[in-house]
Design a protein around this ligand. Structure first.
Ligand code: ZN
Ligand code: ZN
Length: 241
């Protein structure tokens, strides 16, 4: 029976490859969304920074003298946001190829996961929160890429994830259209609401890219104003500074 089943699966795979062939996002080679050669070109972040001053910081924790009452407590990212990583993330954002996300997560090595696990362990009972899309945008795209990516990562880390704890109630223009960090900040101001009590709980807000961090900082402010204990960020990629 098992043999028959695997034969059937292989045949389905075969048909899929014939009608929906995979092409490497990096070099266009057929057969995979990320070929081993391109995977080896993805730059892993080797230097953590403080989310406020963007200077080097141990473990990505916010410097004590950079902290204010409602500041973010830390930031971790997997890859440098340029070249191939940028290309992959842009593709994933606008076309759901769930297998391509699986392939991307598969490129994250064990050491990177170990670092993230150690980071999460600093905040007992921490819950992952993917940055929400407004319902309108979600309906337009058909999915929220951060929810999808981080549901796989949460499973790997063994950490709880909640998609609806933070909701985007204001329909805003895409952050990429904003010219300055100030405009990005203004654009997301008051754009979110929470759906449950967050007092004394800790959270890690997850997104695909950290650019200026304005969206994540706005959610941090909301959570902390409502009594959250610690709030950090985890992103797939970060602009390298
Ligand atoms: Zn390739
Ligand atoms: Zn700092």
């Amino acid at each position: 029976m098992a043999t028959n089943k695997s034969k059937k699966v292989n045949f389905t795979e075969f048909l899929k490859n014939v009608f929906f062939p995979k092409f490497c996002f990096g070099c266009g080679r057929v057969g995979t969304y990320l070929c081993p050669e391109c995977t080896s070109k993805l730059q892993i972040i080797d230097r953590d920074i403080c989310a406020i001053c963007e200077k080097a910081s141990y473990f990505g924790l916010t410097h004590n003298n950079c902290k204010k009452r409602y500041s973010i407590d830390g930031l971790k990212s997997f890859f440098v946001y340029e070249g191939l990583a940028k290309k992959i993330i842009t593709k994933i954002k606008y076309q759901l190829v769930s297998e391509s996300i699986d392939d991307l997560v598969a490129t994250i090595n064990i050491e990177s996961f170990k670092k993230i696990t150690d980071f999460c362990n600093l905040f007992p009972g921490v819950i992952l929160i993917p940055v929400p899309l407004h319902e309108k945008r979600k309906a337009m795209r058909g999915f929220n890429q951060s929810e999808y990516i981080f549901s796989i990562i949460a499973q790997k880390l063994g950490i709880e994830i909640k998609n609806n704890l933070v909701m985007r109630t204001k329909h805003t223009d895409p952050q990429a259209h904003m010219k300055s960090p100030r405009a990005r900040m203004e654009n997301v101001k008051g754009a979110f609401e929470i759906s449950e009590n967050v007092k004394d709980r800790s959270f890690i807000i997850c997104d695909d890219v950290w650019t200026t961090g304005s969206t994540i900082k706005e959610i941090t402010l909301l959570l902390k104003q409502n009594g959250a204990k610690k709030v950090c960020a985890l992103t797939i990629a970060r602009v390298y500074v």
